[in-house]
Design a protein around this ligand. Sequence first.
Ligand code: SF4
Ligand code: SF4
Length: 179
Amino acid sequence: MCISIENNESPICTDCGGACCKSYAGAYHPNDFGHEITEEFLESLFKPVSTIPQVSIDWYVNFNGVNRKGFFLRPRHVGGDIVDPSYGEVCTNLTGHGCTLDWDHRPWQCKLLVPNISYACGDPDVDVKYEAAVAWDKYHDLLDKMYKKYDKGTFTGHKPGTFEAHILSIAQSLRQEEK
Ligand code: SF4
Ligand code: SF4
């Protein structure tokens, strides 16, 4: 879905300074790359020489309730590695002048945000990590192979689960205030 107001290019975003990008990098959709998702292509995304800024493998923890990871890709976080199950860090594509990527090359989930004066720009009823895992599920075996190859047991930001719970509690408080 494309929206008319562009994240990080609206005056609201200028005033905000990129709160979204400072808290988590938006997930890519497989279609964002315009390239077949192969092992060779994924390997190229992990290298600094790629024309696409480096990405990380992240995941939804208990995907579809079957206690397996729901992998997806997103831009690298500051200090992040190839495997980085974080929630709550700064996207490496963010500069003092906004995102280094032009609109057409931004991740799917970055483009879904609708700039809002309250800076709460995502849909509180949408679990972004889950939606990303659904989009990437057909590549699970390939991403699992990459995960096993590159996992160092490190992460940036919050441990998986803790930040989601924090955001959920904020959303619930806001809804209570609106009543
Ligand atoms: S989309 Fe929202 S949180 Fe992100 S920069 Fe714009 S106003 Fe800030
Ligand atoms: S890719 Fe750009 S818009 Fe998306 S989180 Fe990073 S800096 Fe923000």
